[in-house]
Design a protein around this ligand. Structure first.
Ligand SMILES: Cc1cc2nc3c(=O)[nH]c(=O)nc-3n(C[C@H](O)[C@H](O)[C@H](O)COP(=O)(O)OP(=O)(O)OC[C@H]3O[C@@H](n4cnc5c(N)ncnc54)[C@H](O)[C@@H]3O)c2cc1C
Length: 307
């Protein structure tokens, strides 16, 4: 019941305008976000690195409407890439294509991603491309293929809840890109997405096995973006039985979620990275985090009284 409501709220302009001003909502969001600016993200990344884990940094924002806004986003990412290098952080950036202009000018978004990818390559870093709602899947794949043709350091996120993802993976096979597999965070109709959680999980396992089977010692990186302990255990058991070494794949989790599991996996010799999102435009992203686990609403209620 609550999930569709929260996902509806994530796209509501009236709420997006007003909710982030409420102090108790601002307090609650801190659970998933170290702060609104890049220095807060760098400090969190340094702390996570001390715990022998890596980080992925994302400036929050999506569906920007004009070229000047995308320019500011690109400038921001170029600075972040430079800071990651200067501070010797074990980190890379991940971007949303609608933050770079995909919504209104795909050619501009392509140029913007190319600029970020070139700077990252010069700094020895990869760049992840997030996957947004299904209205953008085709455009994201088209743009990704174009940029990947000249920038080998660009990877892509795919969602196991979409029925099309197995075919998309086939179509990307020749490129051998880094893939970050996730379950998917948006409201999608049952015609294109598995509605049943068990089906989404089973598809995640199948796709993870395909990615791992296709991988060689030279790569590509296989990133499993999930906090699902049962799935993680199943994948490790399967990979171990196939003789696939622990460092052949990575577990990525969101900042503030599954901290114990992150540390447990890292201590067991797995590569673990924490995705740190930061920035002022956190409302739609935060609503999606609440939708993933409506019990999180309790933290919002508690922060109402935490003064
Ligand atoms: C690194 C990373 C990158 C991502 N990138 C994208 C992307 O580009 N596009 C996209 O559509 N989605 C993305 N997602 C979100 C993803 O699609 C899922 O919505 C999210 O990860 C929840 O699914 P789960 O795999 O953790 O499994 P679930 O079955 O949803 O959760 C498993 C367990 O994890 C814990 N958990 C999960 N979510 C939360 C939460 N919000 N708060 C507290 N506990 C929680 C709970 O204990 C839950 O029982 C990303 C997720 C990660 C980890």
């Amino acid at each position: 019941m609550l999930r569709p409501l929260l996902l509806w709220a994530s796209e509501n302009a009236w709420l997006r305008e007003r909710m982030p001003r409420l102090p108790f909502v601002r307090r609650a969001v801190r659970r998933f976000m170290p702060g609104e600016d890049a220095p807060a993200a760098f400090a969190a990344a340094a702390e996570i690195q001390r715990q022998r884990m890596g980080c992925v940094l994302t400036l929050l924002g999506e569906n920007v409407r004009n070229a000047a806004d995308t320019e500011a986003v690109v400038r921001h990412y170029l600075e972040v890439i430079h800071e990651i290098q200067t501070r010797r952080l074990d980190a890379e950036v991940s971007v949303k294509l609608t933050h770079l202009g995909l919504d209104f000018d795909p050619a501009l978004a392509e140029t913007n991603l190319g600029t970020i990818a070139a700077a990252a390559a010069a700094a020895g870093q990869e760049v992840g491309v997030d996957m947004e709602g299904s209205a953008f899947t085709d455009r994201t794949l088209t743009l990704f293929r174009r940029v990947r043709a000249t920038h080998a350091n660009v990877g892509l996120c795919l969602q196991s809840y979409l029925r099309r993802t197995a075919a998309d993976l086939d179509s990307l096979r020749a490129l051998r890109p880094t893939i970050r597999l996730v379950k998917g965070a948006y409201a999608e109709p049952a015609t294109i997405a598995f509605a049943d959680k068990a089906e989404v999980d089973a598809e995640f396992l199948r796709l993870a096995q395909r990615l791992l089977s296709a991988r060689t010692a030279e790569g590509p990186r296989v990133i499993l973006g999930t906090h699902d302990r049962r799935l993680i255990a199943e994948i490790i058991t399967w990979a171990t039985a196939q003789g696939i070494p622990a460092l052949a794949y990575e577990f990525h989790m969101l900042y503030g979620i599954g901290r114990e599991e992150q540390r447990r996996l890292a201590a067991a010799g797995h590569r673990v990275c924490v995705l740190i999102s930061y920035g002022a435009a956190w409302f739609p992203w935060y609503m999606r985090r609440l939708a993933e686990r409506p019990a999180n609403l309790w933290f919002v209620v508690k922060s109402l009284f935490a003064g």
